[in-house]
Write a protein that binds this ligand. Structure first.
Ligand SMILES: [Zn+2]
Length: 259
């Protein structure tokens, strides 16, 4: 496999996150702000002329905005639980969150974007509240973490890694929506695209097809690089090489933060 995974230390040259800079409070502040930006981007798109734009996958193997947002929401919740687990246990061993399995099991693509956006924000605040009060000794406490390889990780690293997750996927969400707004659909419809509301069901069905429902498992596993990842990133469009990746296709998108 030649796809790249975002790093878990040092500088991520895709989103600019740096594990080596920034203090705890600043990192958490940024995390909460960027979570809010994820929420707002999703809300804004869902409130637009075609709410289902959030369910469009730019490529069959690349998650849609709602799928990324659901992932970010779940990451924030799982990581908050891990903070609590780390503080409560002598030798914490974190259970994998099964992020690829959740996509189908929790039906990410069918979830309500407004509810997802609200939950994402709520979990970000709760994570932030739990992280801000950690003392230096607590931040240094180790637990056995699964991604990218099973290894002891400090609580401080978990905070930073969570912040990287949010920053990385905030970029994914904004880039995807920047490409899709205004919607690149409509998908062919027999009737007139009457009211947005009436067309919603049709659009969902029409969109389900290009999203490659049947291939989801294989597709996502392929895109992510490992089925057993725990809290791994989903590289946008990293299936073959960078030229086909989202970053390659949306050079203008990364700065189009119209939210
Ligand atoms: Zn990154």
């Amino acid at each position: 496999m030649n796809k790249r995974r975002p790093p878990v230390d040092g500088l991520c040259d895709e989103c600019g996150f740096n594990y080596d800079t920034g203090d705890l409070q600043g990192t958490v502040t940024t995390l909460v702000r960027q979570s809010a930006e994820c929420s707002m981007a999703l809300t804004k798109a869902a409130a637009g002329p075609d709410a289902d734009v959030v369910r469009i996958r730019p490529e069959p193997e690349v998650w849609s905005a709602i799928e990324y947002a659901c992932h970010v929401r779940d990451v924030l919740e799982v990581q908050r639980f891990r903070i609590a687990q780390c503080l409560a246990e002598d030798r914490p061993v974190y259970a994998p969150m099964d992020r690829t399995g959740r996509v189908k099991q929790a039906k990410y693509e069918d979830q309500d974007p407004m509810e997802v956006a609200a939950a994402l924000m709520r979990f970000a605040r709760e994570f932030g509240a739990a992280a801000r009060v950690l003392t230096p000794p607590q931040l240094g406490k180790l637990g056995l973490y699964n991604y990218p390889v099973r290894a002891p990780r400090s609580l401080g690293w978990i905070i930073r890694h969570t912040a990287h997750e949010i920053q990385h996927h905030r970029q994914d969400i904004i880039n995807i929506l920047a490409e899709l707004e205004p919607p690149i659909i409509p998908a062919p419809k027999p009737a007139q695209p009457a009211e947005a509301e009436a067309g919603t069901a049709d659009a969902t069905e029409a969109l389900a097809e290009p999203a490659g429902t049947a291939d989801d498992s294989a597709g996502l596993a392929g895109a992510s690089g490992a089925a057993d990842d725990d809290l791994g990133f989903v590289p946008p469009g990293r299936v073959s090489d960078d030229a086909e990746g989202l970053a390659g296709r949306s050079t203008g998108g990364s700065s189009a933060t119209g939210i």
